[in-house]
Design a protein around this ligand. Structure first.
Ligand code: SAH
Length: 379
């Protein structure tokens, strides 16, 4: 059993079933056993691949956006260039390389990386060795008074969600317990494989001895009346971070891009997903060894921006945003000096980033801005 599974088992033994958010928190971020804390999850040898890891063009296009925002802000002589959840540091490295020729941009940029993983911090230090970089663990550590330009790619989907389920005409919180507490013997229950790449994980035991259950709500929720079995998700961590970030932008000027797969609610359904070595698995298996994500609900993020009184763009798809920022022109110029193999790599990367059967439509881009002028490039 993995260290994370042991910690979860122990927590449940001591305090009873845990909500999905606590399960995700331990499985992803526990200092001893958490998925992100103990490994580099990216690439062919890892569990998943992200847009910046697919092509340098992705970070370059974000760089063009950042440089345009900075100029729109009046080219301030000092600003915080913030990335939330920077992974291997690839996006920031491409962004910085891509903005080298923008006069004054590098001199003004103070790079801040919000990251929890010690393993990934080391990778980021290597990728960004040419720059002065500071790490922060939360947004309170941002320097007061500086404008901020922020990017968060596939960051919000890694934050712990809560799930609520409609059971016998009332809402309950979805929770995880141990098979033994649930009165089940793990060995006696066969694993059931779901169809269509997703595994049906309703009420079944699995190799870490964990099973689904539900617990009464601590506080009444005003959810709509939905059919029996419906699931609603909320992400308090995402709302807190968005509130904080947008308030900072409201006070000090700046802009932010949030890129993730998700939806603008209201929507119901179970979007918790586990990926182990590039394949979906039951979220209660490979605990601490599989990536766990949930689709991002952009509605509360939009509300946080509205409350902060800053301008918010229409949600764009990743494909639209990258095209508007000029990715085709960039690909064309990269092709000019490329070998046939490189040309085919560029074509493949464009396809993966842009096409609607890949990341082009599923991934959405939320842009916010606060400063002189109105309307932003890319949307
Ligand atoms: N943006 C990168 C990585 C996405 S994976 C890319 O596109 O390739 C999610 C990243 O968020 C990882 O770097 C992970 O360690 C970090 N992360 C997850 N939860 C976090 C938290 N609560 N605070 C800060 N970083 C977090």
């Amino acid at each position: 059993m993995s260290r994370a599974a042991e910690i979860i088992q122990d927590t449940i033994r001591k305090g009873g079933p845990i909500g999905v958010h606590e399960f995700m928190e331990i499985a992803l971020a526990d200092p001893q056993g958490g998925y992100y804390m103990t490994r580099d999850p990216f690439g062919a040898a890892g569990d998943f691949t992200t847009a910046p890891e697919i092509s340098q063009m992705f970070g370059e296009m974000i760089g063009v956006w950042m440089a345009l925002c900075w100029q729109r802000l009046g080219s301030p002589s000092s600003f915080a260039l913030l990335e939330c959840g920077p992974g291997r540091g690839t996006l920031m490295a491409d962004l910085m390389r891509g903005t080298k020729s923008v006069p004054g941009f590098h001199k003004a940029a103070h790079i801040y990386l919000m990251e929890i993983s010690p393993v990934l911090k080391d990778k980021q230090a290597d990728a960004l060795e040419d720059y002065d970089v500071r790490w922060i663990e939360d947004l309170n550590k941002l320097p007061p008074g500086l404008p901020v330009l922020c990017v968060a790619n596939e960051f919000f989907d890694a934050l712990p969600i809560r799930q609520y389920t409609r059971q016998r005409l009332e809402w309950k919180e979805r929770a995880i317990t141990t098979a033994s507490l649930h009165g089940l013997s793990v060995q006696s229950i066969p694993l059931r494989q779901g169809s269509g790449g997703r595994v049906d994980h309703t009420h079944e035991a699995c190799d870490d001895g964990l099973v689904w259950t539900d617990i009464p709500l601590q506080k009444r929720k005003d959810f709509p009346v939905l059919p029996e079995g419906a699931i609603i998700e909320t992400c308090e961590a995402a709302q807190d971070i968005a509130r904080h970030l947008f308030r900072h932008i409201s006070k000090n000027t700046g802009a932010a891009l949030v890129i993730d797969y998700g939806y603008e609610g209201p929507a119901a359904g179970d979007t918790l997903q586990a990926l182990y070595r590039h394949k979906p698995c039951d979220p209660l298996t490979h605990v601490g060894q599989a990536d766990l994500t949930a689709h991002v609900d952009f509605t509360p993020l939009r509300a946080a921006a509205e409350n902060a009184g800053i301008e918010i763009m229409r949600l764009a798809t990743q494909g639209q945003f990258l095209r508007n920022m000029g990715i085709d022109v960039r690909a064309q110029s990269l092709r000019r000096n490329a070998s046939p193999k490189q040309v085919s790599d560029i074509e493949n990367a464009l396809h993966r980033l842009m096409s609607s059967d890949q990341m082009g439509t599923l991934f959405k881009v939320l842009g916010v801005y606060n400063g002189p002028g109105a309307g932003m490039a890319g949307f």
